[in-house]
Design a protein around this ligand. Sequence first.
Ligand code: ADE
Length: 261
Amino acid sequence: MRLDVITIFPDYLAPLDLSLIGKARRDRLIDLHVHDLRDFTHDRHRTVDDTPYGGGAGMVMRPEPWGEALDHVLAAGAADDASAAVPHLLVPGPSGVPFTQAMARRLALEPWLAFACGRYEGIDERVYDEARRHLPVTSVSLGDYVLNGGEVAVLAMVEAIARLVPGVVGNAESLVEESHEDGLLEYPVYTKPAEWRGHPVPEVLLSGHHGKVARWRRDERLRRTAERRPDMLAALGEDGLDAADHEVLRRFRAERPAVAD
Ligand code: ADE
């Protein structure tokens, strides 16, 4: 998978040299290219922003450097791999569609992604209009809060996407039973020692009884999801839960009437 990131802070992306993603790059599973937007300016001050038409607070990113940077990314990608079509351009920002595990799964199947990191009040809208003539473009938000720029969001998205690329995570099984993979949050986990500072590990986990362990884990996933993310349980609907699940939830709710349906 090829990834291109355009930013005025290339150093922000340095953590992508570390850990599993760093190893995936060294193993050539991920081909990451970070581009400095200021390299596509032509004035002495390497200016990337200007005041907004219509007035208002803050500055807007000028279209010309973005146009040149995107042209460069398209040409560089095509030169490296003649079979590459065009990248899917992702633009992080608080006005985007929510970034989810389902979206990460879909994006992990794509051969080429490009990320445009905006700063200030955003990028001149004509950059999107122009890019859409050549590429799929999606504005994506990590959540309902405002970051100073897209770089931190790109770190999060690249990590979520790249770990789903085959070979990046050694034990593919560890990807299956995760929060957000099947509509329930993960169960709590424990390791040795069996008792620590007066806290014992739940006995069922020491029983060696696989059926009971599986049921306990499912119950804990249901309980957590009901407590922390009632919206996810509602989205799962009737079909995602069996009779035993419903009984467990009924008991949790009876114990804790404050938990929403
Ligand atoms: N840039 C600024 N805020 C953001 C958010 N919530 N998600 C993604 N990118 C952002």
